[in-house]
Design a protein around this ligand. Structure first.
Ligand code: SAH
Length: 265
């Protein structure tokens, strides 16, 4: 039995067992529940199932891959969900705290990270292979051109480790881009001190016009008065702000907005 790689599903199957082992060995020991996104033809799956360190679950959107995996790994049927990670009801499928591993479909990696952010109360860590450029973006800090929405949002709730780069040669079919493996570990922050929905909106709005000063980029969010105490921050651009500065700015703006009577918020 053979799985025909489908470009539309971002299928680039890993062919190098050493890299697969390196990825799996980077997964922390706890919690035991481990969700593999997109097992495909099972390069990582085999090592996960052999290790006994985990209580694995799998989600795969490609029917052909699910059939292949069921034939190759007897008993996996009870642990694999044929579905879309972006749509599945995670709370229903995974009862408790968990970790993620996967060689992700690169075409939807950003959406996958936003889902991880949504489930940050339960997701403890993730070791994922993604496009190298995206890995660099997510790991970069302020003052860097690649620092953006996902860098700020992920780094607010996760510590990011850039682990290693992977050549395009070890995939079938070979992708056009280089790859890298990163590890996300949930930090201690549970409450940033203001509504997370507002924080998300602020970060997105700030970077939407990243060349402008925040005073201009954030016009839609600024209350009409009393921004005087944060004038310094507002004269900067989004890419110059640390995570702490983003959080303080969100708290300040949210409380200013909430205190204004008769505004549209
Ligand atoms: N882990 C395998 C395959 C990686 S390719 C390996 O390393 O060889 C990416 C995999 O993600 C493919 O199997 C693809 O079918 C699957 N996939 C794509 N979109 C998905 C989605 N929305 N939800 C779950 N799996 C998805």
């Amino acid at each position: 039995m053979h799985v025909r790689p489908k470009k539309s599903l971002g299928q680039h199957f890993l062919t190098d067992g050493n890299i697969a082992r390196k990825i799996v060995s980077a997964i922390p020991g706890e919690p035991k529940t481990l969700l593999e996104i997109g097992p495909g033809t099972g390069m990582l799956t085999k090592i996960i199932l052999e290790s006994n360190n985990f209580e694995p679950l799998f989600i795969e959107t490609d029917r052909e891959s699910v059939e292949y995996l069921s034939a190759r790994f007897p008993g996996i049927e009870e642990k694999i969900l044929h579905g879309d990670f972006l749509r599945v009801d995670l709370k229903n499928f995974i009862p408790d705290h968990y970790q993620i591993v996967g060689n992700l479909p690169y075409n939807i990696s950003s959406q996958i990270f936003f889902r991880m952010l949504e489930d940050r109360d339960r997701l403890q860590s993730a070791v994922v292979m993604i496009q190298k450029e995206v890995a660099e973006r997510i790991s970069s800090g302020p003052g860097n051109k690649t620092y953006g929405i996902l860098s700020v949002l992920l780094q607010t709730w996760f510590d990011i480790d850039y682990l290693f780069a992977v050549s395009e040669k070890v995939f079938n079919p070979q992708p056009k881009v280089k790859s890298a493996v990163i590890k996300l570990s949930r930090n201690r922050i549970t409450d940033i001190g203001c509504d997370p929905g507002f924080y998300f909106r602020l970060v997105k709005t700030a970077f939407n016009q990243r060349r402008k000063t925040l005073r201009n980029a954030l016009k839609p969010l600024l209350a009409e008065k009393d921004t005087s105490t944060i004038t310094g921050v507002l004269s900067k651009r989004a890419e110059q702000l640390s995570i702490q500065e983003f959080i303080s700015l969100a708290k300040h703006l949210k409380s200013t907005i909430d205190n204004q009577i008769g505004t549209r918020y």
